[in-house]
Design a protein around this ligand. Structure first.
Ligand code: FES
Length: 327
């Protein structure tokens, strides 16, 4: 079930785990999801498939699956993990990064001042393509006051190269967005999740338990909060460009460049840094498997942006230097 909190959908942990299991079954050649049958029979086929391969569906789980289907059809950007449209797609490449407005699952733009500070809830949107799930975080201190996220230089431990992270946006410059796909082996929420300052203590109960090595690395780096992956223990520092605090990952989480419009308080995702490591599994952040469901190939604009009165020329960052505007 998708819970709406102040207009922002929050996905329950159980539903996420269910969705992840479902995706794994769908991708497994032995239990492959038959898209032709899905086209023929619609959601009944999906429900039967999920019951057979993952487990019984109570009414709330059915509503969650229905929500995913609606999200795909209705161009929601901030939505559940994409399931259907991510399957069996040949790789496609974007000419440049789309400029999208970040909306909730009802299609309403999210206001920067309404993004909860330090929320351990999972707030996700997809960028630059379907399936590229991304954390939206509003960072704060231990009293939940938003804190300015400064620009910083991020080191890639894998090769020693560096790139610039431009810092936070919004009224307090505290809002950032990072890929929610772990750079080690690709675990996704809820396995990888955000630990705000109040969870940065020894002995917290699961799911907020941080191993001592992660706590120690965070203290040494003056990280006030972390993103930690329970799969194998990788830890990232969201205040400093999602730099690596503990392995086994050797690559930081790539960031999505945000733009905040102070007149409307709306947030836009406008690009990624091609000098940063690409999203795990991609050869480049401009390549992926499916356009965002909101993407209109004719105009090159997300449909929802046109609805909001924008023109197609506003839809893209002005790309220079071989498609990369960022350092
Ligand atoms: S997939 Fe995240 S630590 Fe291995």
């Amino acid at each position: 079930m998708i819970v709406i909190n102040k207009g922002i959908p929050i996905i329950k942990r159980d539903d996420l785990i269910f969705a992840i299991k479902l995706i794994r079954k769908m991708r497994n050649p032995k239990t492959r999801f038959d898209e032709r049958e899905f086209v023929k029979h619609g959601r009944d086929y999906l429900f039967n498939y999920a019951e057979k391969n993952v487990g019984p569906l109570d009414p709330s789980r059915r509503a969650f699956l229905k929500g995913i289907l609606i999200g795909i059809g209705a161009a929601a950007v901030l939505s559940a993990i994409p399931v259907i449209s991510y399957l069996n797609q040949p790789q496609i490449t974007l000419k440049s990064f789309p400029w999208i407005i970040i909306v909730d699952s009802n299609g309403n733009p999210i206001k920067a001042s309404e993004v909860p500070v330090n929320s351990p809830e999972i707030l996700l949107f997809q960028y630059p393509m379907e399936g590229d799930i991304t954390f939206l975080l509003n960072l704060g201190d231990e009293n939940n006051n938003p804190i300015e996220v400064p620009p910083t230089t991020v080191v890639i431990p894998e090769n020693g190269k560096t790139y610039t992270f431009p810092g936070g946006v919004g009224p307090h410059k505290s809002i950032v967005a990072y890929s929610a796909i772990c750079q080690h082996l690709g675990c996704t929420p809820p396995e990888i999740h955000f630990y705000p300052p109040q969870y940065m203590k020894a002995g917290m109960p699961t799911p907020n338990y941080l191993p001592p090595i992660a706590l120690q690395a965070a203290q040494q780096a003056n990280a006030i909060s972390v993103i930690h992956c329970d799969c194998h223990g990788s830890t990232y520092d969201p205040l400093h460009g999602a730099a690596v605090l503990t392995g086994p990952t050797v690559r930081p989480l790539p960031y999505v460049q945000l733009y905040w419009d102070p007149n409307t308080d709306y947030l836009y995702a406008i690009g990624m840094n091609l000098k940063a490591p690409p999203i795990l599994g991609h050869t480049s952040d401009l390549s992926g498997y499916a356009y965002l469901s909101s993407y209109n190939e004719e105009t090159g604009c997300p449909k929802m942006l046109l609805k909001a009165g924008q023109t197609p020329s506003d839809c893209y960052t002005k790309l220079e230097n071989n498609g990369n505007t960022f350092e």
